[in-house]
Each structure stands twice: as C-alpha cells, then as structure tokens.
Write a protein that binds this ligand. Sequence first.
Ligand SMILES: Nc1nc2c(ncn2[C@@H]2O[C@H](COP(=O)(O)OP(=O)(O)OP(=O)(O)O)[C@@H](O)[C@H]2O)c(=O)[nH]1
Ligand SMILES: [Mg+2]
Length: 467
Amino acid sequence: MKSLLPQSLPSLPRRLLRSRRVNLLFKVSALILILSILEAWYHSQISLSIPRPAEHHDLDEPFSIGCQDVSKLVTQPREKAVLVMLARNSELKEAKKTMENVEDRFNKWFNYPVLFLNNEPWGEDFVNALKGTVSGDAKFEVIPDGIWGPTAGLTEEVVGEYLKQQELEGVYKGEIEGYHHMCRFYSGEFYNLEALKEYKYYWRLEPGVSYGCSLTYDPFVEMARRGKKYGYTVALWEEPNTCPSLFRTVDEFRTQNNIPMHPNWKAMIDAETSWLLKPAPIRWLLGKIVQREHYNIKGEKWNLCHYWSNFEIADLDFFRGKQYQKLFKHLDKTGGFYRERWGDAPVHSLAVHLLLEAKELHHFSDVGYYHEPFWQCPQNAKGKQLSSNVMIGEARKGMSEERDGGFGCRCECGLGKKGDWRMRNNRGICLEKVQQPAAWNRASWWDLRRRRWPYTVGFDSEGNKAG
Ligand SMILES: Nc1nc2c(ncn2[C@@H]2O[C@H](COP(=O)(O)OP(=O)(O)OP(=O)(O)O)[C@@H](O)[C@H]2O)c(=O)[nH]1
Ligand SMILES: [Mg+2]
C-alpha cells in the first residue's frame, strides 16, 4: 500500500510516526479485545448467574422418605386428579402392563380414575382388557375431530414435504405424521379436552413403562400442599435436529410479552460453553443474522435440557391458563410442530422454566421409573421400608439394598437391565442444570471445571446425603 506520509520527511521521524501509529492500532485492538472478553465474561458469569438461596437448605426435597403407612393416608380427602394414558388399540399388551404395575405400586390404595385417550374409536378388546385393571373409574375417550391433526393452514402437501425432508435429515420420528400430531396434541390441545375439565391434576402414563418403587403417599395432595405445578422424573438433552428454532420462538414470546430473565429461565441458557468466543457482537450476529440453531436473537444458546414428558404429574390449571395457552398458540402458528419435529417434552420444559418459579417445579426423585432406554431408581431408605405393614403387604423379594441417605420405598432397581443397580443410566448433568435455580448443591464453576456434577438436591450420585 502507498504510504500516506509526505515523502519529504526525513526517515527517522517517518519511522517514528509509523511505529506510533502501529502502536496505537495495537493498543486499540488490545483494548477492544479486553473489553470484549470482559463483556463476554460479565454476560456469562454475572448477567446469567443464578442467585443462591439465602439459607443452606434443600428447596426441593423428596415428598416422602421411605414407605408411609397408607392406611392413614387413604382416609384423607383426595385431590381432583386423574391418571391419563394416550394409547393405540395395538398397544393393548403394553398398556395393560403399565396399568397393572401402577395399580400395584400406587393406585390400589388411592383409587384415582384413569382416562384412556385415543384418536381412533376404541376396540372392544382394549376396553375389556383395561377396564379390569383399574381400581378407580376407567374412562375411554376418543379425541374430538379437529384436535388431532396439523396446525390450521398447513396443507397435506406441505406437511408431506416437511416429513420427507425430516426423513432425509434423519430426524428421530420426523417422518411419522401421527407422531407430530401426538406432540402437538400433548403440547396444547390436550389441556382443553372436555374430559379433563373436572380435574385439577393429571399424571401421565404410557404403555410399556415400569414403576420400580411403591408410592405410598398421594402425590397430588403433596403437590397441592407445597404449591407445586410441574413434577418430573428424568431430565435429558433433546435431540438437536428435532427443534432447531424452538428456543428462538419461545424466547421471542418472552420478549414480546415482557417476561423478565428470571433465574428459572436463565437455568435453560448455556452459560458455560465457549464464553470467551462470544462477546456481544458475535452473539448478536449468531442470533439475529446467522440465526443459528438453538440460539435466540440475542445470541444466547439453549442448553437443550428438558424433562422427559412420558412421566408428568402436573397442574392442569397452569397448562390451560391464559399464559401457557397463549404461548402454545404462538408456537403453533409458526408451523414448527410440522416444519420441525418439536416434542411436547421440550415445549413443556421451556414453558415451565419461562412461566413458573423454580420452587413450583418438583423432581420426583423418589419415583422409580423406566421408559426404554432410560431409568431412574432411588436407593431404599434405611429402616423405613415398613416390612410387615398390613396394607402395603410383605416386603418384596427383589428389593434393592437399604442405604443411609436413600429415600425410596420398596424399590426394585435394575429396571432396564437385570442386575444393573445404578440409580440412573443417564448422566445427571442435565438434571443438575435444570435444577440449578432450586438446588443448593448445584455445580459451581470449580465443580464444572473438574467435571464434578452434584446430582440431585442434597444427594450425591451414589445416593449419599451430600456433606
Ligand atoms: N392413539 C394414538 N396414540 C399415539 C400415537 N402416536 C403416539 N401415541 C401415544 O403417544 C405416547 C408417546 O408415543 P411414543 O411412541 O411412546 O413416543 P416416545 O415415548 O416419544 O418415543 P419412544 O421412545 O418410541 O417410546 C404413547 O402413549 C403412545 O401410545 C397415535 O398415532 N395414536
Ligand atoms: Mg414412549
């Protein structure tokens, strides 16, 4: 490049001037770099930080430690609650297995009604076989027309194109139209069913799952007593290619409705990874212009954590309430349930983190649960198994060991694989992330550096009470 300095200047001052200019350029660049690093650090460490609770105590302890004497509890009033199972006629065997198991482990004492839902008329075989398994009322409903199906305005051709594309991209179950209908149904339409109007709480069941512990208390009564609105068992990473634009769309709703970045929402944002590389302008570019998958327009990234919705115990009033239904409509009108394959699990999870407080969520860490291929199964509470209680019967043969710090009741672990006694076969890191706002023992930056993930609230990954 041609020099801009007058040729007439003697060579020493010319060199000086040039080096001063290089010097200045270097200083300005260094300053910008330092400011960018500081801004990125401030963003991830301060503006996305989640304040710890003032006192050292568990904000989300298990509802029960060990077994309870149900004979006393069954005389108490029940909540307006229902167990719900969406199923196909072809899933008779699996549905029966689930129901027999749930009755054996819980409902034979509490006799809650069970609502079976189908998008097609129920077969006589299914009704006859399942009716006999339920100790409460068994209701068989067909989902009304117009509820099970694509978002208004999407033609069959467009949906067909979307499914083909997802098949090419290898999106899990992306090519199955009925699966998209199911996800959309459970994300929003489900809550407005006439058949659910009389209830306040639901417990979602699925054909073919198993419950490995006894639940000797009423979870609905406990939810109500403690002001809980959403209960879960397993938290996992979502398959990234099923929902590239979901987080952006939910966050768009957040900003349009002036919902603040409260701690529960911040727990869904990936604050740890590569923060050095993401100063404000880069984040902004990623979010607004590049529109990268799982980023919002501010360039913040969802950590992909979500609660597995095949088990849920939740408050229907929250989900049929104005705010949640408005969010569902906002999501639905973008066509994302078909253009992508948004699952009801991430939709529910992002919604409860957006619209509820951490203390309104509950991890059912005392529930033993298996849905192919993952499980959680707590340790049995030492000395609290009521081994000869008349109502819950004799202790079972296959029971896991009793341990100090355990909180399960008559759990038989090894749910997925015989002889595998681990408390869970999925890493607790995602559970820890979504629990962050509620958990005292959440990971500090030092824990994260050393890849040490505190497990559930108050307990380490072996089920011991944390020190
Ligand atoms: N009636 C009906 N029920 C369905 C349909 N598709 C899914 N379901 C139900 O919706 C629930 C979830 O479906 P699954 O196929 O188990 O989906 P998933 O648990 O995400 O996936 P898996 O890992 O394969 O179990 C189950 O209760 C199914 O019985 C359908 O087309 N009709
Ligand atoms: Mg399933």
